[in-house]
Design a protein around this ligand. Structure first.
Ligand SMILES: *Cc1c(COP(=O)(O)O)cnc(C)c1O
Length: 367
């Protein structure tokens, strides 16, 4: 019997499957017994500390209970550390969940969403899912953020301005001055959402989190954060949003599923946030290694964009799908970028020292 046919909503037809990368099992068969350097998903291979692992073990011992639907203990800690009001914090099953919730809570068909390009694909996908129109602000010919174009777009009454800061995959970021200019330029009818998935890696005088402006900003602002990157908890799926607007949080709470964050994830995130020793060490190692990798790659004659994330965006000068494919035979997984104009770029995560060495060695062979 032929399986029955069904047509999804018309907007869904425009979506492509998310490129979630290869798993270790996918790669093992081709890596010929080598250790595999998994550098395609910006995970933190250092992982969480012992206190976090213990909190997870404790939480999993009561699997029959529903989790706290509002994650009070964790929300209290997020409020204490970010300065956000407790009532203006929303938890998500990863920040990807919150991007989906945000799209469903805010976008009508035909609404305009402004993003930076190259972009985190889900920033566009969920807008398209809702039938919204995406306006991409591309990089300049020098591969920097086109701030004048961004400010001009932000000044229009678009529905949503959704950008990652630092950007994924480019690694670029808004300086504090550019952030303030964007907050100034924002049209009061627009919601500005800054996805700060990499904020822990971005500290320094040339970067400011929008959280430092939350209190004083008089237009709708939403900041998204995740425990998947620097906190090393990608498997658990947990992130959060903080806002200066009760309306934004109310809408997102209505749209999200009531128990969207499981109890193990809540407990782990709280423990990881309470004692940040492992995270601090992982970030320090990553920043050192990022500089070393950038220097080696530049020495190989490749263009490497400046990055404040735990990854580098590298122009290989040849189709990156082929480069990434050849790297697999050397036990190295990176993400070939597929968006228009960036088909020769790979995004490589900064991993453990041996992983980075294996990547650098393999890339020089492959090129
Ligand atoms: C990795 C990443 C996320 C996803 O985070 P999860 O919390 O794992 O869903 C969100 N936004 C950006 C820009 C990312 O790079």
């Amino acid at each position: 019997m032929r399986p029955p046919r069904f047509s999804a909503r018309s907007e869904i037809a425009a979506l492509k499957p998310y490129n979630s990368g290869l798993t270790l099992d996918d790669v093992a068969a081709r890596a010929g017994g080598r250790r595999i350097a998994k550098l395609a998903s910006n995970e933190n291979p250092h992982g969480p500390n012992e206190a976090t692992k213990k909190a997870m073990a404790d939480a999993i011992s009561r699997p029959f209970l529903y989790p706290d639907p509002s994650g009070r203990a964790l929300v209290d800690e997020i409020a204490a550390q970010t300065g956000a009001e407790k009532s203006r914090i929303v938890l998500g099953d990863g920040s990807e969940d919150l991007l989906n919730v945000l799209a469903r809570a805010s976008l009508n068909a035909g609404d305009e969403v402004v993003t930076l390009f190259p972009s985190f694909p889900l920033h566009e996908d969920y807008a398209i899912m809702m039938g919204a129109e995406v306006t991409r602000i591309g990089l300049t010919s020098e591969f920097s953020i086109d701030t004048p174009a961004l400010l001009k777009a932000a000044a229009r009454p678009v529905r949503l301005i959704l950008i990652a800061n630092p950007m994924n995959p480019a690694g670029l970021w808004l300086t504090p001055k550019d952030l303030d200019a964007l907050l100034d330029a924002q049209h009061p009818d627009s919601l500005l959402c800054l996805d700060e998935a990499y904020v822990e890696y971005a500290a320094g005088p040339d970067f400011a989190s929008a959280a430092t402006r939350l209190e004083s900003h008089d237009k709708p602002l939403l900041i998204l954060r995740t425990f998947s990157k620097a906190y090393g908890l990608a498997a658990l799926r947990i992130g959060y949003g903080i806002s200066n607007s009760d309306d934004v949080i109310r809408a997102m709470n209505l749209v999200r599923t009531p128990f969207n964050v499981n109890a193990v994830a809540q407990a782990a995130a709280l423990a990881a946030m309470t004692r940040t020793d492992a995270m601090d060490q992982a970030v320090a190692h990553t920043l050192k290694e990022r500089a070393r990798m950038a220097e080696t790659l530049t020495g190989m004659g490749l263009r490497v964009l400046p990055s404040k994330g735990n990854f580098l965006f590298v122009d290989c000068g040849q189709p990156s799908i082929e480069v990434a494919d050849r790297l697999i035979d050397h036990g190295v997984v990176v993400k070939p970028w597929k968006q228009e104009g960036y088909e020769t770029f790979i995004r490589v995560s900064v991993g453990l020292t041996w992983e980075n060495d294996q990547f650098l060695e393999a890339l020089s062979r492959v090129l």
